[in-house]
Ligand binder design. Sequence first.
Ligand SMILES: NC(=O)c1ccc[n+]([C@@H]2O[C@H](COP(=O)([O-])OP(=O)(O)OC[C@H]3O[C@@H](n4cnc5c(N)ncnc54)[C@H](O)[C@@H]3O)[C@@H](O)[C@H]2O)c1
Ligand SMILES: O=C(O)C1=N[C@H](C(=O)O)CCC1
Length: 269
Amino acid sequence: MDETKKIRIVVAGPRGRMGAETIRMIHRTPEFSLSAAVDDGNDSANVGDLLGISGLNARVYSDIEDCLSAEQPDVLIDFTNPEAGKKNLQAAIDFGVRPVIGTSGFSNEEVADYQKQMGEKKLGGIIAPNFAIGAVLVMKFSQMAAKYFPDVEIIEMHHDGKKDAPSGTAVKTAELIEKTRKPKKQGAPDEKETLQGARGADFDGMRIHSVRLPGLVAHQEVLFGSKGELLTLRHDSMDRASFMTGVAYSVRTAMSLETLVYGLENILD
Ligand SMILES: NC(=O)c1ccc[n+]([C@@H]2O[C@H](COP(=O)([O-])OP(=O)(O)OC[C@H]3O[C@@H](n4cnc5c(N)ncnc54)[C@H](O)[C@@H]3O)[C@@H](O)[C@H]2O)c1
Ligand SMILES: O=C(O)C1=N[C@H](C(=O)O)CCC1
């Protein structure tokens, strides 16, 4: 493909589980080109050498502003941590680069602030707590089910390297459920925890439980209980490849957006 027509992408967090998977996806996608990567070290290294990908030549920068000003990419993909992700997203806005953010841990207030800034600049981008299509469908089905089943508990299960809890996916699922569920404080009115945390986190009266275990990747169950019946919606990401369709779709879509979208469900047909 003509190099000048490719979408030029910078990836922040190249040595991480998601960053490395994303770079491999970019490398095998003809319409994408990796301009550079931003790491918290390894300045001036070659990304291909860092990840053991032969034929991949792109520079590593340790400073996001240096990177965006020198490379002027179309898109910044971020899979780092909340602190670095916020810094990188702000730099992308300042340099007019479309952000595609997978990093979890952004508050609704922060998202609203970025949406305001990007709306003013007519800059497109996406923040998605989960790029797996199946996970997004579980969120949408949960929103539908909550209209009829106001008693809900969410169990999210992730690998034990995950730093944030609850997961961004669980929070987004609860936010979507909140739109259709009649407000309700669940469980017995006089229930008591004899071990703190036993009932999980409280989100608008529904409970979120976080499991962290080696062997897991990313999994979520949404349980709806009613008289004599239980509805369970479950999604499993067994491999980080599960996120790549959504990441690639977000990159392509960001090119024609003029605002920041929060959640993949808002751009899926
Ligand atoms: N949206 C999704 O579908 C999705 C899927 C998986 C993970 N995530 C989220 O993505 C984030 C990363 O997950 P992971 O499993 O890849 O984590 P990870 O710990 O494997 O990788 C994070 C990487 O970021 C790097 N880093 C830290 N500070 C940096 C900085 N200032 N600049 C550049 N790089 C920096 C670290 O060195 C590390 O290599 C987490 O917030 C996670 O919740 C989202
Ligand atoms: O591995 C992680 O970390 C994941 N985090 C996302 C979240 O916080 O929802 C979802 C996918 C995997």
